[in-house]
Design a protein. Structure first.
Length: 638
């Protein structure tokens, strides 16, 4: 099977991801780069880490198995906010500070539930914004301040039904923005100004095409003496001042940034090498073609390489999506392959000194028989040196951009330049192969519409201009794994064989496996979806040239561990895979609910969209809520 890596601009490179975590916020404080991430329990990191130039360092015992969404430097300490109950092993309610050696709480902290989206320092106090109801035991409305010893309110605060997404200090005042209708009881359009003692809103709001509806501001930053605001809005200051998604404030009026966005929205802003970097969801800006990320030098727009394959889309903490560090731009976000298969959230780096992004391919048959060879080729680039590996071992003398392989095994190429290193994707050469076509039928609970059909989500993405699958029956992608007691251990880290395929709206999916000794041997069929519970066939299935297996007809078609029914009855004698395992840890629990809540109102191809309608909302939360009570976890035959 040929493994193909997705492409990106030459100067975009993957930051060391040995931690295998999903980043949640990033920033530079006191000259050092910090990352908040959802680290797995075996990574050695908890919630937050610091970059030393080549790898990540832990901050004590960190913030265990919880979420850090905002950071700020205040009074010589790093402050971290999010959703957690402990820091450094001691109680800390959703906010804590690190003095370089130990963590400490901020009084009784900020009460749960909450979202902490932004922090900044103003008038020697730390301001915290988001969705906040209580801090230090005091009633708050989405914004609070800490003076180093105690919490206090910020006037009458922001309306309780809204949220603060971003804050910035400009011309001696604190500007607060997000998604809200009023501040301190006065009508406002998602933006307000605090002078240290009172609020004002005159002339600074943003709104949508419907004049009575406020817009949303995800990020603000001061650049070249003006305050820039990015988000999802159609006017700024007044309904006649039409500005889409990105505007600048000079202290008295709003103006567009060049000719600005023609469509889409902005999620993040930062400054890098004296230029304003803008990221979001767009295809052009200022008349310049730019895929989701671009730069503004104060007078004109230009693209940043070939952009990013998908929007950097953690909207609630837009000021923590990107940062500039050691002349490199660091950006976190979600990336996709060209056929819209999701790659886990990751951290990327843009550098003017290109770091290689290694990719290998072959036009030869990868199912190699005795006496045959396969030509493997790597991408080319200036100043790159090459080293080929087979099964993880250096191939002596294989140091050119291509290699002719005559043995089966797993091959990859390591690339090196003066600026950095990268390891390519793997290509597996398989000897004396069998060809097995596997035809499956499955339904996903959330996508199922009744009558034997599901939503065509991938096709809906295409019709909305953000997808590439033009097949009207394309629902989603699934991973099909084969496990066998005869040839590999069921408890092994990886299955014996694996393939990613498109699932169609009638529940069908077809794939072909090429491998030795497949036919005539029994294999369990295990199916994984991006947000459903992994489900296995009841028993190992004997494989031949063409095999069909239907999960939908009976509970007895899926492996049952005797704890819970292995699938969900969706009526009419039809069964579907349980929806709700958003973080793919094998079960459906409160962590999945948190992931949906954090991405509420998001639009697009997200793991939090359980019903395939391209939005994350209460319908998705209801699916998880209904399944949480069952204590669901995947059932495996070991």
């Amino acid at each position: 099977m040929l493994c193909v890596s997705f492409t990106k601009a030459q100067s975009w490179s993957q930051v060391d991801e040995g931690y295998q975590g999903s980043p949640t916020c990033i920033g530079v404080f006191n000259g050092e780069l910090y990352l908040g991430a959802n680290f797995p329990s075996n990574s050695g990191f908890n919630g937050i880490a610091k970059w030393n130039g080549t790898g990540w360092l832990a901050l004590g015992t960190g913030i265990v198995q919880q979420l850090v969404t905002s950071m700020e430097w205040y009074n010589g300490k790093l402050y971290s906010g999010g959703q957690f109950g402990t820091a450094g092993g001691s109680p800390a309610s959703n906010i804590a500070c690190w003095n370089g050696s130990t963590w400490s709480a901020l009084g009784s902290g900020i009460a749960s539930p909450c979202n902490i989206n932004s922090m900044t320092v103003y008038n020697n106090e730390l301001y915290v914004g988001g969705w906040i109801t209580t801090a230090g035991g005091l009633s708050m409305k989405n914004i609070a301040r800490w003076n180093g010893t105690a919490w206090s309110t910020v006037g009458a605060g922001i309306e309780s039904t809204g949220q603060v997404y971003s804050m910035a200090v400009y011309n001696g005042a604190l500007y607060v923005a997000g998604n809200f209708w009023n501040v301190s009881g006065v009508p406002a359009y998602s933006m307000a100004r605090w002078n240290g003692s009172s609020w004002s809103v005159t002339g600074i709001g943003v709104g949508m095409a419907n004049p009575s509806s406020p817009g949303v501001v995800y990020s603000m930053i001061v650049y070249n003496g003006q305050l820039y605001a990015g988000g999802n809005f159609a006017w700024a200051g007044n309904t006649g001042n039409l500005i889409n998604g990105l505007a600048r404030w000079n202290g008295s009026s709003w103006s567009p940034v060049g000719t600005g966005l023609s469509n889409g929205y902005v999620t993040g802003l930062t400054i890098h090498n004296g230029e304003l970097i803008v990221c979001g969801h767009f295809t052009s800006i200022g008349g310049v073609t730019a895929l989701n990320i671009a730069k503004w030098n104060g007078s004109s727009w230009s693209a940043l390489g070939s952009g990013t394959p998908e929007v950097l889309d953690s909207k609630q903490n837009g000021n923590h999506l990107m940062c500039s560090y050691n002349n490199d731009l660091f950006a976190m976000g979600r990336f996709y392959t060209p056929d819209l298969i999701e790659v886990p959230d990751r951290l990327a780096r843009w550098t003017n000194c290109p770091i290689p992004f290694a990719v290998i391919n072959t036009t030869s048959n990868t199912n190699i028989c005795s006496g045959q060879t396969a030509l493997l080729t790597s991408n080319l680039g200036p100043g790159i040196s090459y080293q080929w590996y087979r099964n993880g071992t250096v191939i002596s003398g294989a140091t050119s951009s291509s290699y002719t392989a005559g043995l089966s095994g797993s091959y990859y190429c390591a690339q090196h330049t003066a600026c950095g290193d990268d390891i390519s994707n793997y290509i597996m050469l398989i000897p004396n192969y069998n060809v097995v076509t596997l035809n499956l039928k499955i339904y996903l609970e959330g996508f199922y519409q009744g009558g034997g059909t599901m939503l065509s989500t991938l096709y809906d993405l295409f019709t909305n201009g953000i997808g590439t699958n033009s097949n009207p029956t394309a629902t989603d992608t699934i991973t099909i794994n084969l496990w066998s007691n005869n040839t590999d251990s069921l408890a092994a880290v990886n299955p014996g064989h694996s393939v990613r395929v498109v699932l169609h709206n009638d529940g069908t999916a077809s794939c072909t496996f090429y491998a030795c000794s497949l036919t005539g041997n029994p294999y369990y069929i295990a199916v994984k979806s991006r947000n459903a519970v992994e489900t296995w066939s009841k028993i190992p299935i004997n494989l031949n040239a063409s095999v069909s297996y239907n999960f939908t007809t009976s509970l007895s078609q899926a492996y049952n561990d005797g704890i819970n029914p292995p699938m969900k009855s969706v009526g009419g004698g039809i069964f579907a895979f349980y929806s709700g395992d958003v973080n793919q840890d094998g079960g459906i629990d409160g962590n999945d609910m948190n992931d949906i809540d954090n991405n509420s109102n998001g639009f697009g191809y997200h793991v939090s969209d359980l019903n395939g309608d391209l939005g994350t909302d209460g319908n998705d939360m209801n699916l998880v809520d209904n399944n949480v009570t069952l204590g669901l976890f995947y059932a495996r035959p070991y």
